[in-house]
Write a protein that binds this ligand. Structure first.
Ligand code: UT7
Length: 321
C-alpha cells in the first residue's frame, strides 16, 4: 500500500520583525497591551514592495528540499495555498516551479481555502501520492497578506503578517498522513472576505480584507474542536496518543479554547502567533517548521495540523512525522 509522509519542512519570513510598538509608531491607533491581550501577537513580518508571494514560497520550499535531501528536479507535484497570489494567473505554483527548476511536465496548481489553505493543499497532495500518480510533492502555504489589509482598519491590520512554509511529501510504505478532513460552509462567506475583482480594467468591490472578528472567533473554536476529534476518530487514535497540536495561528485565545475543548494540555500546542501574527495559509507550515527545527517535534511523533478561515473553511490533518 502507498502512503505519503512529510520528509522535510521549511519556513521563510521576509526582513525584520515589526513589533506592535512599531505599528503604533507608524500611526496606527492601537497599543501593544491591546494586541497582546486580545490576540497574543507581539510581532509580524511585512514584505518589501518588490517581494512577492512566490519569492517567499520558493525560499521556504528550498529549505524544505534541503531538509529532505531531495533535489528540485525530483519533485513531480507542486500544490501551493495562497490568498495573495502574485497574479490573477498563472498560478503561483507554476511561478515557483519555474523559480526552483522543477522539470516541465510536473503537475503544479494553487489551492484557495484562505487560512485553511495549507491543510487543504496537504490533503490534496496526500491523495495524489496515495493514488500512485505522483511520488514527491512540494506543499506550500505562502502569503503577502499585508498587501490586502486596510491599514486604516485597526481591527484587522494589526493581526496579519507575511511569510511562507513548505513541506516535502513523499511516497512511503509507512503511513505518515494518517487521516484528514476538509469542510466548508459557503453560507458564511460574508464573515471574512476580500470582495474585489478585476473587471473592465478596474477593481470592482473592495481590495481590502474585511472580517467580523467575533463571528469568526466563535465559529473557529467550535469547528476546530469538532474536526480535531473527527480526524482522531478516522485514524482510530485517542487524544492521549497525540504529541503536538498545531492549530491555525490566528489568535492565542482561539487556540487555547480549542486545546481546552480537545483536553490537550497547553504545553503540547505549538504557538508561533506571537512571532508571526496571522500568516493565513502560511501559518501552519511555518509553525510546524519552527517546532521541527527547534527539536520539539521529533521523528515518529503524532502531530495534528488544523486550519480555519474564510469561505468559511476548516480542516485538519493527523500525521506521524
Ligand atoms: O485567519 C482568519 C481567522 N481570523 C481570526 O481568527 C480572528 C478572530 N477574531 C479575533 O481574533 C478577535 O475578534 C479580534 C482580535 C479581531 C478582536 O477582538 P475582540 O475581543 O473581539 O474585540 P472587539 O472587536 O469586540 O473590539 C473591542 C474593542 C472595540 O472598542 P469599543 O467599541 O469596545 O470601544 C474596538 O474598537 O477594541 C477596539 N479595537 C482596538 N483597540 C485597540 C479593535 N481593534 C483594536 C486595536 N487596538 N487594534
Amino acid at each position: 500500500m502507498i502512503f505519503s509522509r512529510i520528509v522535510g519542512t521549511g519556513g521563510y519570513v521576509p526582513g525584520a520583525p515589526v513589533s506592535n510598538n512599531d505599528l503604533v509608531a507608524r500611526g496606527i491607533d492601537t497599543s501593544d497591551d491591546w494586541i497582546v491581550e486580545r490576540t497574543g501577537i507581539r510581532a509580524r513580518y511585512i514584505a518589501e514592495k518588490d517581494v512577492r508571494t512566490s519569492t517567499l514560497a520558493a525560499e521556504a520550499a528550498r529549505r524544505a528540499l534541503d531538509a529532505a535531501g531531495i533535489a528540485a528536479t525530483d519533485i513531480d507535484l507542486v500544490v501551493l495555498a495562497s490568498t495573495t497570489p502574485d497574479m490573477v494567473f498563472p498560478s503561483t505554483a507554476c511561478l515557483v516551479q519555474n523559480e526552483l527548476g522543477i522539470p516541465p511536465g510536473a503537475t503544479a496548481f494553487d489551492v484557495q481555502a484562505v487560512c485553511s489553505g495549507f491543510v487543504y493543499a496537504l490533503t490534496v497532495a496526500d491523495k495524489f501520492i496515495r493514488s500512485g500518480s505522483h511520488k514527491r510533492a512540494l506543499v506550500i502555504g505562502a502569503e503577502t497578506l499585508s498587501r490586502i489589509v486596510d491599514w486604516k482598519d485597526r481591527s484587522t491590520c494589526v493581526l496579519f503578517g507575511d511569510g511562507a512554509g513548505a513541506v516535502v511529501l513523499a511516497a512511503d510504505d509507512k503511513a505518515g498522513i494518517l487521516s484528514s478532513a476538509l469542510h466548508a460552509d459557503g453560507s458564511q462567506h460574508q464573515i471574512l472576505n476580500t470582495t474585489g475583482q478585476i473587471a473592465g480594467g478596474e477593481i470592482v468591490g473592495s481590495p481590502f480584507l474585511r472580517m467580523d472578528g467575533q463571528a469568526v472567533f466563535k465559529q473557529a473554536v467550535k469547528v476546530l474542536g469538532d474536526v480535531g476529534q473527527e480526524v482522531l476518530d478516522l485514524a482510530g487514535l485517542s487524544l492521549d496518543e497525540l504529541d503536538w497540536l498545531i492549530p491555525h495561528q490566528a489568535n492565542i485565545r482561539i487556540m487555547q479554547s480549542v486545546a481546552k475543548r480537545l483536553k490537550i494540555p497547553a504545553e503540547r500546542m505549538v504557538v508561533t502567533v506571537d512571532m508571526h501574527g496571522n500568516t493565513s495559509a502560511a501559518s501552519v507550515p511555518l509553525a510546524l517548521d519552527v517546532a521541527v527545527r527547534d527539536g520539539r517535534i521529533r521523528p515518529g511523533q503524532l502531530v495534528m495540523l488544523q486550519g480555519v478561515g474564510g469561505g468559511f473553511t476548516w480542516g485538519a490533518v493527523l500525521a506521524r512525522v
